[in-house]
Design a protein around this ligand. Structure first.
Ligand code: ATP
Ligand code: GLN
Length: 143
């Protein structure tokens, strides 16, 4: 399967320091996506099991012979990754690389501006709260 890039986008609107990359992907690709994200220094990820329909409709997802759909919705996983603006495109392209099969039902990515980040443990806000020790920005500044 040849690799593809997300088409280049105009500057995001509304402008924000942080964005949430919300990706709906095939459940059996989540491990592949999350380990690749971790490898690139993305250490904060939230996942939820969700169900929905898109152009794949309510057809069943089959992998290794098992069916994942109990009704008219297809089981998917929502991955939510909050990153600084300069990291958005790298995260999107990594998700595409790891989640894409080229078949209908590969999923969709939504980009949502995030007003602020607050770390509960410390009360830190903004960039201080969004950055994670050993994260992507650390990997670059220590390189
Ligand atoms: P601390 O240093 O206090 O541990 P932390 O930034 O590492 O703070 P956690 O408290 O470990 O954050 O994170 C709790 C949960 O928040 C994680 O399990 C994950 O679900 C979610 N999370 C944290 N950071 C992000 C992020 N940048 N994007 C999406 N989800 C995140
Ligand atoms: N932007 C953070 C950093 O570089 C990482 C954010 C995340 O892991 N979701 O430290």
């Amino acid at each position: 399967l040849p690799l593809i890039r997300a088409q280049s986008s105009a500057d995001y609107f509304p402008d924000s320091k942080f964005y949430k990359v919300e990706a709906i992907v095939r459940p059996w690709r989540v491990q592949k996506v999350s380990s690749a994200l971790l490898k690139m220094g993305i250490r904060g990820v939230t996942v939820s099991d969700v169900r929905g329909f898109g152009s794949q409709g309510g057809s069943t997802e089959r992998q290794g012979g098992s069916e994942f759909s109990e009704d008219d919705f297809v089981g998917k996983v929502k991955m939510e990754i909050v990153v600084s603006k300069d990291q958005v495109e790298a995260v999107i392209d990594k998700i595409i690389d790891e989640a894409r099969t080229g078949e209908i039902g590969d999923g969709k990515i939504f980009l949502v501006p995030v007003s602020d980040v607050i770390r509960v443990r410390t009360g830190e806000r903004g960039e201080k709260a969004e950055r994670m020790t050993g994260g992507l920005s650390d990997m670059f500044s220590n390189a």
